[in-house]
Design a protein around this ligand. Structure first.
Ligand code: NAP
Length: 292
């Protein structure tokens, strides 16, 4: 596969900086540029020495690029695309790493020039850390990357984006955008919401009890705090942009939670044990798929 001549990373947090490490390691482009809106982040990027240029002007940064990677919160992508659209050269590929797909595609397609290709993507890999210094090339290794092509995706553009994620060590799957959002609602968005909610409950406890909870957090709470430490803006945008699928899955989850509440109230140990046995099987499945 031919190298890209110039890739521009717009937004340079955990995901785009990790991808930039891969670009550097595998020399996937002749030139790499990073744009980030804050001076503080741009200084951090310069110190990392993983891209050729760091630019404070978004229009200039996309000039002559044949690949743009959007790595900002989902809610910021539409206005960024409308700002850069007039400055893109014909044949440019835009891809993104956002956690929500349908709403993003619906908002971007109408503002995209007809000679620019859009390949929406979502690498299912991450940590609770943010910022350019959180990135590392191995983040994606062995994980899945979901691509959700649409009428603005050419086969050539799709193959090029597949190739990048394969170079990052990912397995690729193609999915309908709406289906992606429903799958991610249950595998990622609801678990994060539960963590935000449980940890949020602790913030409301009286001081003495709060101290005990933090002290004895190894009992399970600690794992929720790791998830609930994820970037607040990114997660705000995920819930605002995937509200339909999240609300549907949340409805199911609340029903199941209520059933558990009933089992506990009625001392129905058989129901509890039967559910906990089934959930153990799910964990075994994840381990056997090497996704633990
Ligand atoms: P991050 O570490 O929080 O970095 C965010 C980047 O976006 C920074 O460069 C920030 O710029 C920029 N940014 C934030 N708000 C912006 C705005 N309103 N306008 C322009 N730029 C803005 O982000 P991340 O974790 O890499 O996430 C990036 C994308 O990847 C998100 O869409 C997320 O849904 C998706 N994703 C995340 C994970 C994960 O686990 N984190 C996994 C898969 C996909 P400044 O620092 O200069 O302000």
């Amino acid at each position: 596969m031919d190298k890209f001549s110039k890739v521009t990373f717009i937004g340079f947090g955990l995901i785009n900086s990790s991808l930039a490490h891969v670009f550097k390691l595998k020399t996937l482009a002749k030139e790499t540029t990073a744009f980030s809106r804050s001076k503080e982040t741009r200084e951090k990027i310069k110190n990392l020495n993983i891209v050729d240029n760091v630019n404070d002007n978004i229009r200039e940064s996309v000039k002559d690029s044949d690949l743009i990677v959007l790595g900002v919160p989902v809610g910021a992508m539409e206005s960024i695309v409308s700002e850069i659209a007039p400055f893109l050269k014909s044949g440019t590929i835009i891809t993104d790493v956002g956690s929500v797909k349908k709403h993003l595609i619906d908002s971007i397609l109408p503002i995209l020039p007809s000679d620019v290709y859009f390949v929406p993507g979502h690498p299912i890999a991450g940590t609770e850390k943010s910022g350019p210094e959180a990135g590392f090339a191995e983040l994606f290794n062995g994980r899945w990357c979901i691509l959700t092509p649409n009428k603005n995706t050419s086969q050539v553009a799709l193959e090029k984006i597949k190739f990048i994620w394969e170079q990052a060590g990912m397995q690729i799957t193609i999915m309908d955008a709406e289906y992606h959002d429903r799958v991610l609602a249950i595998t990622s968005h609801i678990p994060h919401l539960v963590a935000f909610s449980i940890v949020g409950t602790v913030t409301e406890l009286e001081d003495q009890l709060k101290t005990e909870v933090i002290k004895y957090s190894a009992g399970g709470f600690r794992d929720f705090t790791r998830i609930a430490a994820s970037d607040p803006i990114m997660w705000r945008d995920v819930f605002l942009n995937n509200s339909e699928a999240v609300l549907e899955m949340l409805g199911r989850f609340i029903e199941d939670l209520t059933a558990l509440q009933k089992s506990i109230r009625w001392q129905d140990g058989d129901s509890l044990e039967s559910l906990f046995t089934k959930t153990r099987e799910i964990r075994k499945g994840i381990i056997s798929e090497e996704q633990d």
